[in-house]
Design a protein around this ligand. Structure first.
Ligand code: GDP
Ligand code: IMO
Ligand code: MG
Length: 457
């Protein structure tokens, strides 16, 4: 059986913690899309682990798989594995032969493309990890896959084909001289060959390369429980998010089938859990109708003087809302219900986990964007174009706040111990999304969750 974890908002909903929670009774945790743009936090025995590529269950001794839908930066992966090794962990991580490798030139291109876009204020605010350029090469049929790294002839042939194109792009289109770049090796076939051939050897020696689709299907057939760990979130899905302020993959549940090689039936017959932050955060540019305050450089048109600045700062500090990968302050807003209705539909959530309920404790009033007004009409879900979404005015509903309590004690006692006003808030979310709340996060620690529905039972 599978449990698929999907971000219901804009990423950073606390997916890592919920994968950890539900991964307890799993045998395997597999990522199905994205790469080291993800930053997932797991707190295990008081130790905090920030993981970009290693699937969250792997710190707890589960087999971790990076599926064919992922893009893998092997420098990051081996650094992460080596660092976990220094902390006494030896995660068992396998990578799909069909997954694409992020090459150093992808990162350089990500940076240059963002810089060019910033001249017309149209940058996405990417994580700079080369994610978009790698998926572009995958779709353009000029990518290099993990399986290619084992074969020296194939690797050299692929590099000799693609690197001159990248050089020409940098020099002729962007007008940047490769030789003047700090990392001009990123465009040198011999240097790339040497580094990636060595990565290939290490992957083979450590028996990390697998036909992930075959492996996962066999495991499921023999009764294994598999968590499919989504990265990013529904609103930054390349198809169902707010294009072009999106990542270049499909974090929604359909991506879990395509990105692992499991059938849609297999994924659909398991649980699909939408992870919701009790408010909203966003890293990077694009609209955010329920935004409080703003972040200069990310919030469109924002110059440092917005509404509810104090409240935004309070929530940002209480929630530690700074990027796991980049350290950037996250934009903060009230929960957006049209967004959640959209997410629940697109992924067919069977349950929700609502995190960060503790962060809002102590506020007199907690608001939600219940609907939008657009061109004089009321909208209950997200419009398909980003231009329209940017013009949506939220119609707010207010809830009475709940007190700050001993959340560890609440987690130990269960749902009934959650303050009444917070229960009202959770039940409202259930009604509006037509989805039961399976788990409630009341703190970052593993034991700071109230679980109403266990996985794999
Ligand atoms: P992910 O990318 O979806 O895995 O989320 P991140 O790890 O980027 O961000 C979530 C942050 O919130 C991490 O620092 C978590 O430890 C923390 N966190 C997760 N759930 C809760 C919660 O219920 N309450 C609080 N206060 N923090 C939480
Ligand atoms: P996790 O898995 C939040 C955002 C970036 C940018 C856009 C495109 O930790 O929830 P990219 O580098 O992917 O091309 O950037 O997507 N973004 C995320 N925001 N959480 C993430 O991952 C994100 N991964 C990408 O900020 O706006
Ligand atoms: Mg994150």
């Amino acid at each position: 059986m599978t449990v698929t974890i999907v971000g219901a908002q804009l990423g950073d909903e606390g997916k890592g913690g919920i994968v950890d929670l539900y991964g307890d009774s799993a045998d395997i945790v597999a990522r199905y899309q994205g790469g080291d743009n993800a930053g997932h936090t797991v707190v295990h025995e008081g130790e905090e682990y920030k993981l970009s590529l290693v699937p969250s269950g792997a710190v707890r001794g589960k087999v971790g798989v990076l599926g064919n839908g992922c893009v893998v930066n092997l420098r990051t992966l081996f650094d992460e594995l080596d660092q976990l090794g220094e902390r006494g962990l030896q995660p068992d991580v396998r990578i799909a032969e069909r997954a694409h490798a992020i090459l150093p030139y992808h990162r350089v291109l990500d940076g240059i493309e963002e810089e060019v876009k910033s001249e017309s204020d149209s940058e996405v605010g990417t994580t700079g990890r080369g994610i978009g350029p790698t998926y572009e090469d995958k779709a353009g049929r000029r990518g290099i896959r993990i399986g290619d790294l084992r074969n020296t002839e194939v690797l050299r042939e692929r590099l000799e084909y693609v690197v001159p194109q990248k050089r020409a792009l940098i020099e002729d289109v962007y007008g940047v001289s490769v030789d003047e770049l700090d990392n001009s090796d990123a465009f040198d076939v011999d240097a790339l060959f040497e580094e990636f051939h060595a990565f290939g050897k290490r992957l083979v020696e450590e028996e990390m390369i697998v036909n992930a689709g075959a492996f996962l299907n066999e495991q499921i057939d023999s009764g294994a429980n598999v968590v499919l760990e989504g990265a990013q979130g529904t609103m930054i899905d390349i198809d169902h998010g707010n294009y072009p302020y999106v990542t270049s993959s499909n974090p929604t549940a359909g991506g879990a089938a395509v990105g692992t090689g499991l059938s849609p039936g297999t994924v659909g017959s398991g649980e699909v859990i939408g992870i919701v932050k009790a408010y909203l955060t966003r890293v990077g540019s694009g609209p955010l109708p329920t935004e409080l305050g703003g972040v200069v450089g990310d919030t469109p048109g924002y110059d440092g003087d917005g509404d509810d600045e104090e409240l935004a700062t309070y929530i940002r500090e209480e929630g530690g809302e700074y990027g796991t990968v980049t350290g950037r302050p996250r934009r903060v807003g009230w929960l957006d219900i049209p967004m959640l209705r959209h997410a629940a539909r697109r992924s067919g959530f069977t349950g929700l986990a609502v995190n960060h309920v503790d962060v809002l404790a102590g506020l007199d009033t907690v608001k939600v964007g219940h609907a939008y007004e657009l061109d004089g009409e009321r909208r209950m879900t997200i419009p398909a174009t980003t231009e329209q979404w940017g013009r949506c005015e939220p119609v707010f509903r207010s809830f009475e706040g709940w007190p700050d309590v001993d959340w560890a004690a609440v987690a130990a006692e269960g749902y009934e111990a959650i303050p009444d006003n917070a229960q009202d808030y959770l039940e409202y979310i259930e009604r509006e999304t037509e989805t039961p709340v399976y788990a409630i996060g009341v703190g970052p620690g593993r034991n700071e969750s109230v679980v109403r529905q266990r996985a794999f039972e």
